[in-house]
Design a protein around this ligand. Structure first.
Ligand SMILES: [Cu+2]
Length: 120
């Protein structure tokens, strides 16, 4: 079991919260290799949901070159600041997921995550 900063682990699910420039992004996914649903919740400095952003991401393993990676991850906008996508993780190990959040004004915020995927 791995526990880093801001980590809530229950079975194989992980929640990572990062705040950059007042924008908080809470990412939840499973940590088993395979195709994992990923949900990002965006809130502003007042804790209110940010529902009008465009969210995408890039998934990669930095330690090696692998066919099909880096992979662009598309997110669908749900309600109340929630955005959902799928992380296709082909093997165990340390993965880098860079979240890209674009505001309606066109301001781009990148938030990097490091996630360890492991067969349990
Ligand atoms: Cu690899």
């Amino acid at each position: 079991m791995l526990a880093g900063c801001g980590v809530k682990a229950s079975s194989n699910a992980i929640t990572l919260k990062k705040t950059v420039n007042g924008l908080a992004a809470t990412l939840t996914t499973n940590t088993q290799p395979g195709i994992n649903p990923v949900v990002v919740l965006l809130t502003d400095q007042n804790g209110k949901p940010v529902s009008d952003a465009l969210v995408s991401g890039t998934l990669n393993m930095s330690e090696m070159v692998m066919e099909g990676y880096p992979k662009e991850i598309k997110f669908n906008r749900e309600e109340n600041g929630k955005y959902s996508g799928l992380l296709q993780v082909s093997m165990e190990g340390i993965w880098h997921f860079d979240l890209k959040i674009t505001s309606p004004k066109g301001t781009v915020q990148d938030i990097p995550y490091v996630i360890t995927f492991q067969v349990k």
